[in-house]
Design a protein around this ligand. Structure first.
Ligand code: WAQ
Ligand code: MG
Length: 261
């Protein structure tokens, strides 16, 4: 069923390619069968061409065939939502969740400050969950979690039982957070979008799942990004290799199906 999967990923920038100083506008990662690649390429192209952050003049789409035996299959994180009325409340909730997961106050403070001023970041930054120090040396490129997606059937099943949450954005965010938190070295991920109109973000962890938090920034702001908080003293190279190269397919079994209902 999952034979012959391909990874397809896109990055788009305005003002030239990212590596020549172009401003990051949009990116995306999908997996699909050969027959699905044209449709997936079209979806990624549409995403890059119609974006609130700007008008891409550089778009790159890369397609790679995956080896079946390298693909890891994991479950999506369970999803829940917190309530907040404004940015102050939203960030307070994010901070207390991160603290409850064992991340130091210093690391939390640095993380929030980083996302507040981050407007051009293409990938995540990796931070030590104890010292708060940024560990990757990738600058604006950051580290992109790549080669992950839902299997088609799993997304269809999940969609049926989570109807109000269905959107391409949430689909991508859960796939990404599920891959990131499946690493035993991740303590938690903090994210809010850099898209001007999207102010809901999340804190994700293997123990508490994917927790959506409204108002992590004000409407109209172009700051945002992702922080992967990791355990102290681990092999950064191995961690980055997993994020960038290990293919991960999100597989979901509806509990009702499993009971044969
Ligand atoms: N790997 C690492 N970092 C990434 C990746 C990736 N594959 N994709 C995006 N980022 C970073 C990068 O710095 C982006 O600029 C930033 O995250 C934001 O990406 O309602 O839409 O795609 O539950 O704008 C989360 C809440 C939405 C969804 C997140 O992020 C919900 C979002 P965006
Ligand atoms: Mg964005």
């Amino acid at each position: 069923m999952l034979n012959n999967l391909y990874s397809i990923r896109m990055r788009g920038a305005e003002g030239g390619p990212h590596e020549h100083g172009g401003r990051h506008i949009s990116g995306g990662e999908r997996l699909g069968q050969k027959e699905e690649l044209q449709e997936l390429a079209k979806e990624l192209l549409d995403k890059s061409l119609h974006h609130s952050r700007g008008d891409c003049d550089f778009i790159q789409i890369v397609i790679e065939k995956l080896m079946d035996d390298e693909i890891q299959r994991i479950s999506p994180l369970p999803i829940s939502s917190e309530q907040a009325q404004n940015v102050k409340e939203g960030r307070k909730i994010a901070m207390s969740l991160l603290a409850s997961l064992g991340i130091s106050d210093e690391a939390i403070k640095n993380g929030i400050e980083f996302l507040k001023q981050s407007t051009h970041q293409r990938g995540a930054i990796i931070a030590d969950s104890q010292t708060g120090q940024r560990l990757d040396n990738r600058g604006l490129k950051g580290v992109r979690a790549s080669r992950m997606d839902w299997s088609k059937e799993s997304w269809e099943k999940w969609s049926k039982s989570h109807a109000p949450l269905i959107s391409p954005r949430i689909r991508e965010a859960i796939a990404l957070a599920s891959k990131v938190t499946a690493s035993p070295y991740t303590v938690a991920e903090l994210c809010w979008s850099d898209d001007l109109e999207y102010t809901t973000g999340y804190v994700a962890s293997s123990s508490k799942g994917y927790i959506r938090i409204p108002h992590l920034k004000n409407n109209g702001e172009d700051c945002g990004g992702r922080i992967f908080f990791i355990k102290h003293n681990i092999s950064l190279d191995d961690y980055i290799t997993y994020m960038e190269t290990t293919p991960v397919c999100i597989s979901y079994e509806d509990k009702a199906d499993m009971k044969g209902l």
